[in-house]
Design a protein around this ligand. Structure first.
Ligand SMILES: [Zn+2]
Length: 130
């Protein structure tokens, strides 16, 4: 009985019939056959390698997230530090407090945000155009 799985790349889903040289086949328990393009496997390996080299909380991605909040006008009202952390979480990013604090400090230094309040209880607001 022909196994449907053998005709499609496990990774990109494309039909790989007639491309025997460019793909790898693995037979697993139950005689199921999995196939994938070599190029797809190479791409996956590259992605995994990048993923393991990259710290889970790349600061530049925290920065672009906060910048996107900024350009959404989210900082048009004053936001407590904790609100920023929660908003990042709500958007699916689990950046640590210190990572976000660094980004906020940087944006404050660059004049995009104004920091208000006391130590340990800072709020951030979009700097109004002068
Ligand atoms: Zn593929």
């Amino acid at each position: 009985m022909a196994n449907r799985d053998s005709n499609n790349c496990l990774l990109c889903g494309a039909d790989i019939q007639g491309d025997e040289d460019g793909c790898l086949r693995v037979t697993v328990a139950g005689n199921r056959v999995f196939s994938a393009h070599r190029s797809c496997i190479e791409a996956l390996k590259l992605m995994l390698r990048k993923e393991t080299l990259k710290p889970l909380e790349a600061p530049e991605s925290a920065q672009s997230l906060v910048l996107s909040l900024y350009s959404d006008g989210w900082f048009s009202k004053s936001r407590k530090f904790k609100e920023v952390v929660d908003e990042c979480k709500r958007r699916g990013f689990n950046f640590s407090g210190p990572t976000i604090a660094n980004v906020l400090r940087d944006l404050t230094r660059r004049g995009l945000l104004t920091r208000e309040g006391k130590i340990k209880d800072y709020s951030y607001i979009q700097k109004r155009p002068v």
